[in-house]
Design a binder for this molecule. Structure first.
Ligand SMILES: [Fe+2]
Length: 301
């Protein structure tokens, strides 16, 4: 159904806490000596982002499936594709039920699960307020998507299509010839512009994860908070040509890249894949500015 949780490594948990709690406005739901479990105000599950002290980059991603039965079904299809799976037991991740763990073709660890403790949104489900009155910092409502690096983009795309029913909404290709190289793929599984994306690069690396904000005004407000807190900004605010989302990219104190994202179009099962050619990479990423800082293509964690 969606990216439900993401575990990332940070070099210093206290610095990370200032960034994710004070600047982004995530709430701490559980704390261990070297781990912080966080959720955003409009999320109903127990947690979405888990920060672990030691290193940088991605530890694992968790995608929630719609039905308990989907787990056995996807397990078979992942194995048929040629990837090895292992069972994950209830409680291995606090508040999360049984699931499947797989090293996807790009080398990242992905977990599929159905059950996770329901802990309600910050405004509740009965006559909810539009937003919590005392939001902190940006006040991010929800985790949205992630973009990962992969050496073999066609293989990653094929895995997510054939084993997990994702579809490519947009692709970046070297050119329009028959033997063009696939350089990136943005894939959806419900109605977002993308739930996961891959661009060419070193296996196992993280490009960014994103939070969904309401609209362009919320992006502007986020930019002001990032400046107040002296957060390092990659680029933006701008609008992506690819996905048509409003965006700012910025870095946490460990150097992991985050994004605030708004807008974008809806996708459907019959959505026709949009193609961008490599010579239009700059407007694909930054439609208005058309100048993308080098770090966007060279810095990963
Ligand atoms: Fe993104």
């Amino acid at each position: 159904m969606r990216l439900g949780y993401l575990h990332a490594r940070v070099t210093d948990l206290a610095d990370a806490r200032r960034h994710y709690v004070d600047t982004l406005g995530m709430q701490v739901v559980m704390e261990e000596p070297n781990r912080l479990f966080l959720k955003a105000w409009d999320e109903w599950d127990h947690h979405s982002v888990v920060l672990e002290e030691g290193g940088v980059g991605l530890d694992k991603i968790g995608y929630k499936v719609a039905r308990e039965d989907d787990l056995a079904d996807f397990e078979k299809r992942i194995q048929a594709f040629g990837c090895t799976t292992e069972r994950m037991s209830k409680g291995e991740n606090p508040a999360v039920g049984d699931g499947i763990r797989v090293t996807i073709p790009s080398g990242h660890t992905m977990e599929l699960y159905h059950e996770i403790e329901f802990t309600d949104t910050a405004v509740g489900l009965i006559n909810p307020a539009l937003f919590p009155r005392h939001l902190v910092g940006i006040g991010v409502p929800r985790l949205d998507h992630c973009l990962l690096k992969a050496e073999d983009i066609p293989l990653s795309e094929r895995f997510f299509s054939e084993a997990l029913d994702f579809k490519p909404a947009e692709r970046l290709v070297s050119d329009l010839s028959d033997d063009a190289e696939l350089l990136g793929t943005w894939m959806f599984c419900q109605h977002k512009t993308h739930d996961i994306a891959f661009v060419a690069g070193e296996d196992g690396k993280l490009h960014h994860w994103a939070y969904k904000l309401e609209d362009w005004n919320a992006i502007k407000h986020a930019g002001a908070i990032l400046s107040m807190d002296d957060v390092s900004v990659g680029f933006g605010p701008d609008v992506h040509g690819l996905s048509r989302g409003d965006t700012i990219y910025f870095f946490d104190p460990s150097g992991n890249r985050n994004e605030v994202f708004a807008g974008g179009y809806e996708t459907y099962p019959d959505f026709p894949t949009i193609t961008w050619t490599a010579d239009k990479t700059n407007p694909a990423v930054s439609y208005i500015g058309r100048e993308v800082a080098d770090n966007h293509f060279t810095v990963d964690t």
